[in-house]
Design a binder for this molecule. Structure first.
Ligand SMILES: Nc1ncnc2c1ncn2[C@@H]1O[C@H](COP(=O)(O)OP(=O)(O)O)[C@@H](O)[C@H]1O
Ligand SMILES: [Mg+2]
Length: 270
């Protein structure tokens, strides 16, 4: 059974305290998500991640969302959710399915395995010695072929964009390095986009021009990292054009329409 205290609060919607890693691990084991837990890997503001083994004897990473004050009585995806427990369960579900979509596209991401309320399990990037390091944790002189790594990173952005996804928090802190390969993680804020700007209200897809803005933000986060740490400079426009590939025409068109409409708004005002 899930921890009774949380079921109770789920029913009553009362304010509840922090969900600690030990509660999440206990729930994960009692409900069959994992068989053994080894260690907490990371603790962020919204979630923590621990690693262990599941019943199929796979090494897994489990991400559990935390209850924090700001998730209380929040409106998510146009649904009013009164219980913070429901909010974090919704986050876990969203990230699980987004990771699954990326995985199905063949991107270099951990394979998601199972889901349990506010947690989900996925392939551990790493091995029996433990999780692989983040790109941000690698000693600068130990990465021999940094130019190849940068190429992999740009290819991931290209493949993601061609699959109509933007990451939204693409930095050295969400890239892992294992067996000479880069893996992307952390998809809660990732967005699936339409190939136009006119998307009906309530649609899951975001507008193309918004996706382009997110892509710029991601590039402006990761490219300076390679310059700062590995003295690798690239031509920004060349990289951008490679990532957007055949969508360039559509993008130029929506951006032109955007500037036209802001021009006519401006004319109306003046
Ligand atoms: N599949 C995975 N395999 C190994 N480690 C992982 C995996 N997913 C996440 N981690 C570790 O957990 C940390 C936090 O995960 P992340 O999804 O980035 O959460 P946050 O939202 O807190 O940033 C990462 O920095 C990484 O070290
Ligand atoms: Mg992260």
């Amino acid at each position: 059974m899930l921890n009774e205290k949380y079921w109770y609060h789920r029913e009553t919607g009362e304010a509840i305290g922090e969900l600690t890693p030990s509660i999440a691990i206990k729930d994960a084991i009692e409900n069959g998500l994992i068989k053994e837990a080894y260690q907490v890997i990371g603790q962020g503001k919204e979630a923590f991640v621990f690693w262990g083994k599941d019943y199929e004897n796979r090494l897994v990473a489990v991400k559990s969302y935390k209850i924090h004050r700001t998730t209380h009585r929040e409106t998510i995806n146009k649904t009013f959710r009164s219980s913070p427990y429901e909010v974090i369960s919704h986050f876990a579900k969203l990230e699980y399915y987004k990771t699954l979509d990326m995985f199905k596209l063949g991107l270099s991401v951990p394979q998601p395995y199972n889901r349990l309320t506010y947690s989900f399990s996925m392939e551990l990037i790493g091995d029996a010695d433990g999780p692989a390091p983040l790109l941000s944790d690698i000693k600068k002189d130990s990465l021999i072929s940094s130019d190849e790594i940068l190429e992999q990173v740009i290819d991931i952005l290209h493949n993601m964009f061609q699959g109509q996804w933007v990451h939204g928090d693409f930095s050295e802190h969400n890239l892992m390095f294992y067996n000479d390969k880069i893996y992307v993680i952390d998809f809660l804020q990732s967005k699936n986009f339409a190939l136009k700007d006119a998307v009906p209200y309530g649609n899951n897809l975001i507008a193309l021009s918004r996706a382009v803005r997110i892509l710029h933000k991601d590039l402006k986060s990761i490219l300076p990292f390679f310059k700062r740490c590995y003295r690798l400079s690239v031509d920004y426009d060349e990289v951008l054009n490679y990532i957007i590939g055949n969508y360039k025409k559509k993008i130029d068109k929506v951006l032109e329409d955007c500037s036209e409409s802001s021009y006519s708004e401006f004319n109306k005002l003046s």
